[in-house]
Structures are given as structure tokens and as C-alpha cells.
Design a protein around this ligand. Structure first.
Ligand code: NAP
Length: 485
């Protein structure tokens, strides 16, 4: 059944340093979206296995929290090296379970390693404060301590890098983790367990459990030993996790859905905007939280932009991610294709003009053609809903005020992009957009050095940047009295 095996393709949970199956022996099939064939299995675990993983993480935390920051730094550097030494193997595994092109998968593995290195360094700079005291005989210290056991739940679209932004800062801060990867792409998550072992992390510091999301999630959210929930996924599930973790008042970080606008003004460099649009739209076949969901283009350049975007879209090479030269792989599954079909039909019925694409790709399965839809209107479903597929709706606008208003007309606030050559406009629009991240004349802005995250219903907290470690640390105020005047 296996199409290709990898030394990192673990088909078991990692709990307290042991690779184990689900108590019931139940399993979940993992499918390669490019072929529709079964790649392998993983345990279908539930509450009991999760509880044991939490207890192991808590036991490990008692000693891990006392390790020196330099010791943790050294282990994280080893983890970084283990990832990069196996970049190709890990990328192939990622492509096989997720579908993205090998080039993109290698990029994801590289940024995973980069996050680990970044947080290894940030851990050494998690400074406290000495505060000027209002009392002559007392001193005020503010220290930072690791939060404790962290539960991390991640989605299928970036199965490696979404974990690196959680595991990296957690371990650097002195926390231990229980990870629950997405059921469709569990191997890249389990690989983190194997890599952590290889790097020499003590048993119980990194635990990985696959299986029934509801059961595992319930245990992670309600078990008092877990001090923090960090989640990347849909807004719908994020809200459930926030509610459930309220019963034990856990810290929460939420990286949720997006509805990114991409504005192009009359004064923009159109070719540069099209280049940015291609990456902001089609990366990972349009299945990223920061992918453009809505293009807003000013009337004077509308036709030219649509024609150039359609031309570039037609040139994309579609195929299995493992094939040489593939730029766009399949969507994750049949359900994702059906959602895209529904949104395209909705747009067609409401007067949208399909300039290119608009149907399943001749390769069959879950491949879909890169699609550009002109004459998009605000009554179309993709004005409000995440497309999560290779469809580019292009709306027309007249004034700057109108463009900013349209861009902000969503409950989401993750990433947005705009193109202009006018400096004054660049500042006005940047300040007017209610988003956590803004690309000005850039369509791909994620980097480990910068804080990634959203506002409104796109989430809470930031990953990356110097901010990314803060959520894994508790602040302690210490007042030392009786020191004499
Ligand atoms: P999802 O359905 O919310 O699933 C994400 C994770 O949550 C998976 O591991 C899933 O497990 C688990 N899950 C589902 N229901 C759960 C429950 N009741 N309790 C606990 N865990 C539960 O999202 P997705 O479809 O995988 O990912 C796409 C979404 O993620 C999009 O909305 C996208 O915008 C968002 N995203 C956001 C960011 C960001 O940084 N803001 C980055 C990437 C993706 P199973 O797989 O077992 O169902």
C-alpha cells in the first residue's frame, strides 16, 4: 500500500518517549491527495492516550523547566540541524501527505528549521526587568518563567511550519508540549517527535498524539495540567477551543482564518502587482490562511490587470507535487474541490465572468484549474467566505476610500496586500486597513523575524518575531523588602 516510505514516517503516537498505538488499536488512513491512494495509517487515539501524554509532559516539565537557557539553546540548534540535514526526505513526506509541490515543501521545511533557530536565540533574550522602586527599602524585579505544559493543535495546510512556530518557542521558553497534528497530514507532525528524539530532547518533553479531534481537544482543553492551548486552524474550531479552555482559564493563542484583500491602485506597477498576486493567490494551491481571497483593482487598470493575471494563471504547471517543475498540486480532498465548485457556480450565477479556469483540471482527482473571475460583486459568497482554493475573484473600485472600506468589510483581519507607487497613499491605506499583517508592494511577507497573526476573528497572539516567545512565558513580579533605607 505504501507508495514511498520515509524514515520519518512514524505510524504511532509518541508518548513519554515511547512510540505506541491507540489503546483500542483503531487507526486512521492517510491518503496521498495527488493519487487518492492510501499512504499509511496512524493511531486513532482519544482521551486516555491524550491524558497520558499530558501527564508525561507535566512530569518532564518538572526537570525541563530547570535546564539552563544555554542547554535548551544547544538542543534546539541540534533540532534545527536535524531538520535541515533531512530537508529533502521531510519535504517528500510533506508533499506525499499534503500535495504541495516539492519546491514549496522544501521551503516549508526550511522555514520550520529557521523558526527553531530563531526561537533558540530568542530564548536567550527573554529578559525580565529591574523596575525603579517607589520605596527606599524595597526592590522590584520582574522575571519570566515557562508557562508549563503546552497543547498545540495544527492544520493540514502547513503541517510542519505551523508546528515549528509553537514547538520552537515552547521548548526555548522551558515548556513541554503535547501536539495534535491534523488527521489528513499527521506524518509531518509525528516527524517532529522523531526529530526531537534525534536531537536529544529528554523523553516526555515532546509528545505527539493523533486521532479523534473532538476527544483529544476536549482533554487538552479541560485537563488542569495543560497551561496553554496554541491552535492554528479554522475560526469555527478556534471559538470552540476558547470556550472549552475557559473552564480552567488557560492561556490561548489562536491563529485562525483569513479573508485577505489585495488592492491594486491605478498608480501601481502592474507587472509587479501581478507577480505578487500569483504568489499571494496560488501558493499551496490557494490553501493558505494568508492567500488572497479578494482582489480589488482600480477602474483605470482593471482590464489590464485581469488580462495579465489570467495569462500568468494559465501558465502555471499543474501536477503531482513530486513531479519536476510542478507549481500547483491538488487540493487536499474532494470536499475542498466541491467547496471551490460551489463558490465558482455562485459567482457565475450572480454575473461573474470566468476569464480562465472555472472547472476541475483534466488530471482528475482533486486537481482544480487556476481560475480568474472578473466582475466580482459583494453579493458573491467569496466576499465573506474563505475560498481555500486556486480561484481569484477580481472586484472593481473607483476611490481609495471605497477600496479600504471594501477590504475591511469582513470579520477576519489576518493578512492584506496593496500596490501603489504613491507614498502618501501607502501610509493612508496601511493605517486604514484593519489587519494584523500588511504587504505593501509585496505578496509574500512571512518571515521568522516578524510577528505573524491576526486581529478580529482571525485570532489572538503572535507567532514569530520577538513577540512569539512571550505567550510561552509567565511574568512574575517580585518585591524584595526590608533592605534598609
Ligand atoms: P480545522 O478544521 O479547524 O482543523 C485544524 C485542527 O483542529 C486539526 O488538527 C483538526 O483535527 C483539529 N480539530 C478539529 N475539530 C476539533 C475540535 N473540536 N477540537 C480540537 N481540535 C479540533 O482547520 P483546517 O481545515 O485543518 O485548516 C484550515 C483553516 O486553518 C483555515 O481556516 C485557515 O485559514 C486556517 N489557518 C490559519 C493560519 C493562521 O496562522 N492564522 C494558518 C494556517 C491555517 P482533525 O484534522 O483531526 O480534524
Amino acid at each position: 500500500m505504501l507508495q514511498k516510505t520515509s524514515p520519518y514516517m512514524r505510524q504511532a503516537n509518541l508518548i513519554d518517549g515511547q512510540w505506541v498505538q491507540a489503546d483500542s488499536g483503531a487507526t486512521i488512513d492517510v491518503i496521498n491527495p495527488a493519487t487518492g491512494l492510501k499512504l499509511g495509517i496512524v493511531p486513532k487515539s482519544g482521551r486516555a492516550e491524550t491524558r497520558r501524554a499530558i501527564e508525561a509532559a507535566d512530569a518532564a516539565f518538572q526537570t525541563w523547566k530547570k535546564t539552563s537557557v544555554l542547554e535548551r539553546h544547544k538542543l534546539l540548534r541540534k533540532l534545527h540541524d536535524a531538520i535541515m540535514d533531512n530537508q529533502q526526505t521531510l519535504a517528500e513526506l510533506l508533499t506525499m501527505e499534503q500535495g504541495k509541490s516539492l519546491t514549496e515543501a522544501k521551503g516549508e521545511i526550511a522555514i520550520s528549521a529557521a523558526y527553531v533557530l530563531w526561537f533558540a536565540e530568542e530564548g536567550r533574550r527573554a529578559y525580565g526587568d529591574v523596575v525603579p522602586s517607589p520605596w527606599a527599602d524595597r526592590r522590584i524585579l520582574v522575571t519570566k518563567e515557562p508557562t508549563g505544559v503546552v497543547a498545540a493543535i495544527t492544520p493540514w495546510n502547513f503541517p510542519s511550519s505551523m508546528l515549528s512556530r509553537k514547538i520552537g518557542p515552547a521548548l526555548a521558553a522551558g515548556c513541554t508540549v503535547v501536539v495534535k497534528p491534523a488527521s489528513q497530514t499527521p506524518y509531518s507532525g509525528l516527524a517532529w517527535g522523531a526529530l526531537a528524539e534525534e536531537a536529544g530532547f529528554p523523553k516526555g518533553v515532546v509528545n505527539v498524539v493523533t486521532g479523534a479531534a473532538g476527544e483529544i481537544g476536549d482533554e487538552l482543553c479541560t485537563n488542569p495540567l495543560v497551561k496553554k492551548i496554541t491552535f492554528t486552524g479554522s475560526t469555527e474550531v478556534g471559538k470552540v477551543l476558547i470556550q472549552k479552555s475557559a473552564s480552567t482559564v488557560k492561556k490561548v493563542s489562536m491563529e485562525l482564518g483569513g479573508n485577505a484583500p489585495f488592492l491594486v491602485f491605478d498608480d501601481a506597477d502592474i507587472d509587479r502587482a501581478v507577480e505578487g498576486a500569483m504568489v499571494a493567490k496560488y501558493r499551496n494551491s490557494g490553501q493558505t490562511c494568508v492567500c488572497t481571497n479578494r482582489f480589488f483593482v482600480q477602474a483605470g487598470i482593471y482590464d489590464e490587470f485581469v488580462a495579465k493575471l489570467a495569462e500568468a494563471s494559465q501558465k502555471l504547471k499543474i501536477g503531482s507535487g513530486l513531479d519536476d517543475g510542478t507549481q500547483q498540486g491538488p487540493l487536499i480532498d474532494e470536499k475542498a474541490v466541491e467547496k471551490v465548485e460551489e463558490l465558482v457556480e455562485d459567482a457565475r450565477a450572480k454575473g461573474g465572468k470566468v476569464v480562465t479556469g472555472g472547472k476541475r483540471h483534466a488530471l482528475g482527482g482533486s486537481f482544480y484549474e487556476p481560475t480568474v473571475i472578473a466582475d466580482a460583486t459583494t453579493t458573491m459568497r467569496f466576499m465573506k467566505e474563505e475560498i481555500f482554493g486556486p480561484v481569484a475573484p477580481v472586484f472593481k473600485f473607483t476611490t481609495e476610500e471605497e477600496a479600504v472600506k471594501l477590504a475591511n468589510d469582513t470579520e477576519y483581519g489576518l493578512a492584506c496586500y496593496f500596490y501603489t507607487a504613491d507614498l502618501g497613499r501607502a501610509f493612508r491605506v496601511m493605517e486604514g486597513l484593519k489587519y494584523g499583517m500588511v504587504g505593501v508592494n509585496e505578496g509574500l511577507i512571512t518571515t521568522v523575524e516578524a510577528p505573524f497573526g491576526g486581529v478580529k476573528e482571525s485570532g489572538l497572539g503572535r507567532e514569530g518575531g520577538h513577540q512569539g516567545i512571550e505567550d510561552y512565558l509567565d511574568t512574575k513580579y517580585v518585591c524584595i523588602g526590608g533592605l534598609g533605607a
